[in-house]
Design a protein around this ligand. Sequence first.
Ligand SMILES: [Zn+2]
Length: 54
Amino acid sequence: MCECPRVHLYEVEFKLAGMVVVPTHKNCGSALGPKQAEQLQKDLVKSWGFEPDE
Ligand SMILES: [Zn+2]
């Protein structure tokens, strides 16, 4: 599992593993951890021009 401190949105690749899509960090080739996936989702929302509700 990826343990890089900061994963940038553009360094993430979505790979298909069986029936699920797994966000994968291109730099290290590992799948993102739950916290990184959460951060990625926030970054995605921001990149679309929406601010998270929190
Ligand atoms: Zn990584």
